[in-house]
Write a protein that binds this ligand. Structure first.
Ligand SMILES: Nc1nc2c(ncn2[C@@H]2O[C@H](COP(=O)(O)OP(=O)(O)OP(=O)(O)O)[C@@H](O)[C@H]2O)c(=O)[nH]1
Ligand SMILES: [Mg+2]
Length: 455
């Protein structure tokens, strides 16, 4: 039986001067953007609030958010005044004595809540705003907390700031024999930040070693699952958009249709964003996603390139040669010339059945004067790049962050998903795999295989 469990959770009090980011740290550890109230005003948290971290589904670690300490100097003086000489070497008894005094229910009510909770906890996580200079009020505060006789793990917050005085704080901590600390910016977590935090705690709390090891394993497994879920969401987006096809039957409608497709694709990307935010437990306002300019391309040039003609064993006649002339061939067929139909049908009869199957839908349309409009390949690459960037940013984002993320739509530095080409070709050939085309949407094993190509 593990020492700590749901009936006897490991109790960690998060304490420190006011406005140092205690509630923010809880939000980050709990991965809950809604926990407590975070504000740049001092004394935001007024009561002790508990929340639990799950280990194997059990709430085995209790975190206590506490009100900020404000007046360390006065409290230090009061404690020394109250001090019974017999209790000189008994810090916890001194604190108990203070908690029984009237002052603990009047002038120092907030401080009393913190100390009461710390006496009931197994350890303290002591939050420091590393931008603060080390002042006597902080040192007195730390002295008071140490009297509770609990292990203290200092966490230097705001370390990403240019004004951080991390070294001064480390020196001050060393002077009171606190030689271990963690640098942990609660808004943008350094990689391994959480791991370091819990590993340091386990050196301070030998009985909690097994629990904290399990907690870390749990959290890293959950991170892997999240990433897998996120990749799947993105792959579904890419398949939906790549396979998305709208048939144009009247050329004058082309512009209107492509504009409507742009809107549809943007909405589809927004839905993907919502799903991703949900996987990472962020709210919808966490990310600003600038509209992507979704150009809708066409197949016709591909389809009626001299290459395609070659594939059909059709000899492109005059005006249907390579390069720029491909356009001419389109017009030729578009005009409803029987030449196109006849030639193509002839090719089919001539044994190009597989090729017909591959391009059949579009050729048939084309012959009838229809064509399919698809979203440009460049747009699909851009969508892929944006989602990759977004996932990287969400992985790093702490749940205490308040500023929305800005995802720029630059394509640079990002690689296509592996097997993108294969995926792209396959998706284009199967408009029925796009869930955007609701009327024709077909799920199944083959579609799933296609999604897997880019996971
Ligand atoms: N840039 C940055 N801002 C942070 C960080 N941690 C907290 N903040 C901000 O600092 C302010 C105070 O954060 P809180 O979490 O409310 O601090 P607290 O210690 O709980 O404050 P009280 O409850 O008033 O004692 C808020 O504006 C936070 O957004 C951090 O790591 N980096
Ligand atoms: Mg708070």
């Amino acid at each position: 039986m593990a020492y700590y469990n749901r009936d006897n959770p490991l109790r960690l009090a998060v304490v420190g001067h006011t406005n140092t980011g205690k509630t923010s740290l809880l939000r980050t550890l709990l991965q809950d953007t809604a926990f407590g109230e975070v504000s740049s005003r001092p004394s935001t948290t007024r009561e002790v609030v508990a929340a639990h971290l799950l280990v194997a589904g059990e709430p085995s670690v209790a975190l206590y958010d506490t009100p900020g300490l404000e007046d360390g100097l006065s409290l230090f003086a009061v404690l020394n005044e109250l001090q019974d000489p017999k209790l000189r070497h008994d810090g916890p008894a001194q604190i108990q004595q203070f908690l029984l005094s009237d002052l603990a229910h009047s002038d120092f009510e907030q401080e009393a809540k913190v100390l009461r909770q710390l006496l009931l906890s197994d350890a303290a996580i002591y939050l420091i705003d590393a931008r603060d200079p080390v002042l006597p009020k902080h040192q007195d505060e730390l002295d008071i907390l140490r009297r509770c006789g609990k292990p203290i793990l200092p966490v230097l917050n705001f370390t990403a700031s240019a004004e951080a005085n991390s070294q001064a704080w480390m020196d001050a901590l060393a002077k009171v024999n606190l030689h271990g600390w963690v640098e942990f910016d609660t808004v943008s977590i350094p990689e391994q930040g959480e791991v370091e935090l819990f590993e340091h705690l386990s050196t301070l709390l030998p009985k909690a070693r097994e629990l904290l090891r399990n907690l870390l394993t749990d959290r890293s497994q959950r991170a892997v699952h999240k990433e897998q879920a996120a990749k799947r969401i993105v792959a579904e987006l890419l398949l939906d958009v790549t396979a998305y096809a709208v048939t144009v039957t009247d050329k004058s409608e082309h512009e209107k249709i492509t504009q409507a497709m742009q809107k549809t694709v943007s909405a589809r990307e927004q839905a993907c964003l919502r799903d991703l935010l949900n996987v990472y437990s962020f709210t919808n306002d966490a990310v600003n996603l600038p509209e992507i300019s979704v150009r809708a391309g066409q197949w016709q040039t591909d389809l009626f390139s001299s290459e395609t003609f070659k594939a059909f064993g059709v000899k492109a006649g005059k005006g249907v040669a390579a390069g720029g002339a491909a356009g001419a061939s389109v017009d030729l067929l578009f005009g409803g010339m029987t030449l196109g139909a006849g030639t193509v049908m002839g090719a089919v009869a001539g044994g190009a059945w597989q090729t017909w199957q591959k391009y059949g839908r579009n050729l048939k349309h084309k012959v009838q004067g229809y064509y399919d409009v698809h979203v440009d390949e460049a747009v699909i690459r851009l969508l892929a790049a944006r989602q990759q960037k977004l996932i990287l940013a969400l992985n790093k984002r702490g749940h205490a962050a308040i500023e929305p993320l800005n995802i720029l739509d630059s394509e640079q530095k990002f690689q296509d998903p592996v097997k993108f080409k294969q995926f792209f070709r396959l998706a284009r050939e199967h408009p029925q795999w796009s869930s955007i085309n609701k009327a024709t949407f077909v799920e199944g094993h083959e579609r799933d295989e296609c999604v897997r190509l880019i996971l």
